[in-house]
Design a protein around this ligand. Structure first.
Ligand SMILES: *[C@@H]1O[C@H](CO)[C@@H](O)[C@H](O)[C@H]1NC(C)=O
Ligand SMILES: *[C@@H]1O[C@H](CO)[C@@H](O)[C@H](O)[C@H]1NC(C)=O
Ligand SMILES: *[C@@H]1O[C@H](CO)[C@@H](O)[C@H](O)[C@H]1NC(C)=O
Length: 401
């Protein structure tokens, strides 16, 4: 074909090709790939061939034709994060940024291929609402490949989904501190005078302690509850070991260290060795001009620049968002020498001050009561990239075995 002939026809050919791919996607097992994205086969090859491949370091690049795999109609949304439904401004711009690692290729997850790989297997998330945010993105993406996906809430799961075509369950177990905790009963007698919450540093929460053998892949996190907003001086965390209060009482971050040590030993001793285990680092918050309860806001219309990140997050600058890096150090230290893999989703997320629900929370009075949400993420949005990375690592693991 001559270039002259090609040019007027070309857009129509693409449209036709996309339309037929869309049509056939429901009956074949391949995902419609956009013209610019090769198959995921080459994705995993690209990853395993490059020894220095690091999916966690890179830049966000504007790709105006990048489109999410799901929308506001996904039945697994949580209202406050369903930014399309809540009419958050600039959602298409938020979703036009693509994470491009410096040293390797990151392809978008292919939900058909992923569920095929995971046939008869299960993926579990354990931790706080940032892991739930991750889960919701995952469920909405995987549902593309199995519209019969059904809500699943067994074995103590907070929520989850069963994908019948592939016999795969993906679920979230809420355990914000990972260890067991409960309000202190003041009439407990010998512990008179103690108030707040009892944390048993050596006892994993019931929500996940006995279900780990059900899962082939587990993703842990904790961190957002380890602060004095959640547990102020009047009702602090009081740490117990072997059933008795630790004396002298531990400060909250020292308590976290002890809990991390104990939970990680539990995981090493009790979770089957064949289970692929990840620990995800903190998800950074982006409160600007004050903390969440001081009118802090995140009305940004583009990602931060790399040179801005330290001023926002570096611990010694003592900014309102400093705790993510602070906790990350503790977590990295704690999982060293174990078979738990680090999922460093922190750095790539630090850029995305523009991608939180902010004031679009789906409820008139929400901002007045809780302030802006500059902590969780809009969906579709940044967690979709977390899913791309997690699925690439899972693929790599199963292919190399
Ligand atoms: C579904 O997967 C589970 C493991 O999660 C397995 O025990 C069960 O046999 C599978 N069912 C079918 C019908 O293959
Ligand atoms: C937050 O904004 C409201 C309304 O503008 C104001 O009344 C209040 O004092 C502000 N709070 C803080 C902590 O700055
Ligand atoms: C949306 O994008 C426009 C154009 O870039 C910008 O002027 C506006 O401030 C953005 N809104 C938000 C909430 O970021």
């Amino acid at each position: 074909m001559s270039p002259k002939l090609l040019s007027p026809l070309f857009p129509w050919l693409i449209l036709l090709a996309l339309a037929s791919l869309y049509f056939f996607s429901s009956i074949t097992i391949t995902l419609p790939h956009s013209p610019s994205s090769p198959t995921s086969q080459s994705q995993s090859l690209a990853i395993s061939r490059s020894p220095s491949c690091n999916l966690f370091r890179g830049n966000w690049v504007l790709h105006p034709h990048h489109k999410p795999l799901y929308d506001e109609t996904c039945p697994f949304h949580r209202n406050a994060w369903n930014c399309l439904r809540n009419k958050r401004e600039n959602m298409s711009l938020i979703n036009s940024w693509k994470w491009v690692p410096k040293t390797c290729d990151l392809r978008r997850i292919d939900p058909y291929q992923f569920l095929g790989l995971m046939r008869n297997k299960n993926v579990g998330f354990v931790g706080d609402s940032l892991n739930e945010n991750f889960l919701v993105s995952f469920l909405c993406i995987l549902r593309v490949a199995d519209e019969g996906a059904k809500k699943w809430k067994k074995k103590g799961a907070w929520r989850g989904t069963y994908f019948p075509k592939f016999n795969v369950t993906v679920a979230y177990h809420r355990a914000v501190l990972l260890s067991k905790y409960e309000p202190i009963q003041s009439e407990a007698g010998d512990q008179a005078g103690l108030k707040g919450y009892r944390v048993d540093v050596d006892v994993p929460a019931d929500d996940w302690a006995r279900i780990t053998s059900f899962y082939d892949v587990l993703v842990f996190n904790t961190g957002h509850w380890w602060n004095h907003d959640k547990f102020p001086k009047e009702t602090p965390l009081v740490f117990y070991q072997a059933g008795r209060p630790i004396v002298p009482p531990l400060e909250i971050l020292d308590g976290l260290k002890v809990v991390l040590g104990n939970m990680i030993s539990f995981i090493q001793n009790e979770v089957p060795a064949k289970t692929l285990k990840f620990w995800r680092l903190q998800s950074p918050r982006h409160f600007y001009g004050g903390d969440w309860n001081q009118n802090g806001s995140c009305l940004f219309n583009k990602p931060l620049e790399e040179f801005e990140l330290d001023s926002w997050f570096e611990t010694r600058n003592n900014g309102v968002n400093k705790e993510a890096r602070q906790l990350n150090h503790l977590i990295e230290e704690a999982i060293q020498g174990t078979d738990i893999r680090l999922l460093d989703l922190n750095h790539l997320s630090e850029f995305r001050a523009d991608a939180h629900p902010a004031i679009w929370l789906g409820r008139q009075d929400a901002v007045q009561i809780w302030g802006q949400d500059c902590m969780h993420w809009c969906l579709p949005g940044v967690p979709d990239t977390w899913v791309d990375i997690l699925s690439a690592l899972i693929h790599k693991y199963y292919r190399e075995r």
